[in-house]
Write a protein that binds this ligand. Structure first.
Ligand SMILES: [Zn+2]
Length: 386
């Protein structure tokens, strides 16, 4: 079962996009390339299936379920998430993929949350300032602008960094205060965490924040109530729903293109991260570990496929991903694999990607869509929040 999508992926790579293959390394023999692609695709298959069969952790179901219906947060229906083929598509998205950075440090990832508990974070030397400034320089070199989803904890400790991100022309958005998975906390705790983060970011930079990205993509079926809370708190868009299978996150079957959440308050635009489709399978791509671990050609394929389908390619990364010298934390092998694999080559991949596409921040895309008039605005059916 695992090998079939792996082989299909390798075949798709070979057949549909020869140019990136040639760019990877034209001097390698075909057999070596096939081997690399086969192994890479197998790993991809393993990753997207969450390794459930071998190392099933079921983190989401282990925690207390705060996502079921509550009197103040009615149950959320997942419906009509597929794009209406007759609906107008946001054509402005075609040529300009979005770039996003989740601003957190190496000891704050979910992979090491058990090894580096939050009460000990202040004991770790910060590397996020140097790494983020390095990213800013790289982005400047390629004339790329991004949306930086910043943790409130970071904004409170290094407000000058948050200010610099804004001054250098990038958008600021929210990546929670404490980087807790949303399905592990209550709506009340989530609301307070979000308010604390927004206060820290806005105080640091003096700009308004209107976008949200959940830690570890943790808006899932169990925590869809978070969309309502975000709408009530005045957010205009969210980028937290990964439409894939994964052991920690994802809503399989959700739209890979942007859509609108109808809430009891303002409508919320959902802007999912980039994915790659083979048949009826939707695979994660072009961000974080998927950008680090797999050949760059795979991310290019995903971006190009989304563009062809008039969907919206959203690339994401973290400051610690361009830092091969970060201290190695002593976590389980799966955590080490997720965080440390591919660090050495990540910056090179990133610069190649930035040289290939003209990246813009989320706010730029929303402005472009609005300016283009109603014929290219969202008319795709969203998810009704009852
Ligand atoms: Zn994060």
């Amino acid at each position: 079962m695992i090998f079939i999508p792996g082989a299909a992926f390798a075949l798709a790579l070979m057949q549909t996009n020869p140019a990136p293959l040639a760019q990877i390394n034209s001097t390698r023999s075909d057999s070596l390339l096939l081997l690399i692609l086969g192994v890479g695709s197998l790993l991809l298959s393993l990753l997207v299936q969450g390794l459930k069969r071998w190392v099933h952790t079921d983190r989401e179901s282990d925690v207390q379920d705060h996502g079921t219906a509550r009197s103040d947060y009615p149950a959320v229906e997942l419906m009509s998430m597929r794009i209406d083929e007759h609906a107008e598509k946001p054509r402005m998205a075609i040529a300009r993929p979005l770039l996003s950075v989740d601003v957190e440090d190496y000891f704050q990832t979910e992979a090491f949350s058990a090894v580096a508990p939050r009460e000990e974070w202040d004991n770790y030397p910060l590397r996020v300032v140097d790494n983020t400034k390095r990213l800013l320089d790289i982005f400047d070199t390629h004339n790329a602008k991004a949306t930086f989803f910043v943790m409130g904890w970071i904004a409170d400790r290094v407000p000058q960094l948050v200010r610099e991100i804004a001054v250098r022309g990038h958008e600021l958005a929210c990546h929670s205060y404490w980087h807790r998975t949303i399905y592990s906390i209550t709506p009340e705790v989530f609301r307070q965490d979000t308010r604390d983060a927004v206060r820290a970011i806005e105080d640091a930079a003096g700009v308004r924040v209107s976008g949200y990205r959940a830690p570890t993509w943790s808006i899932t079926r169990k925590s869809l109530w978070a969309i309502n809370v975000l709408a009530e708190e005045g957010f205009e868009y969210d980028s937290s729903v990964y439409p894939v299978h994964h052991d920690l996150y994802g809503i399989p079957g959700a739209s890979a293109a942007p859509y609108v959440w109808k809430t009891g308050h303002n409508d919320m635009i959902e802007i999912p991260p980039a994915t790659f489709s083979i048949g009826n399978m939707t695979l994660p791509a072009a961000g974080g570990g998927y950008l680090r671990i797999f050949p760059l050609g795979y991310s290019r394929m995903a971006i190009d496929q989304l563009s062809r389908r008039t969907h919206l390619p959203v690339v994401y990364l973290h400051p610690w991903e361009i830092d091969p010298g970060q201290p190695r934390l002593n976590g389980p092998w799966k955590s080490r694999l997720r965080q440390y694999w591919g660090l050495e080559s990540f910056e090179l991949k990133l610069t190649r990607l930035l040289a290939s596409y003209q990246f813009i921040p989320f706010r730029q895309w929303r402005t472009d869509v609005a300016a283009a008039g109603p014929e290219v605005s969202f008319t795709m059916p969203g998810v009704m929040v009852a």
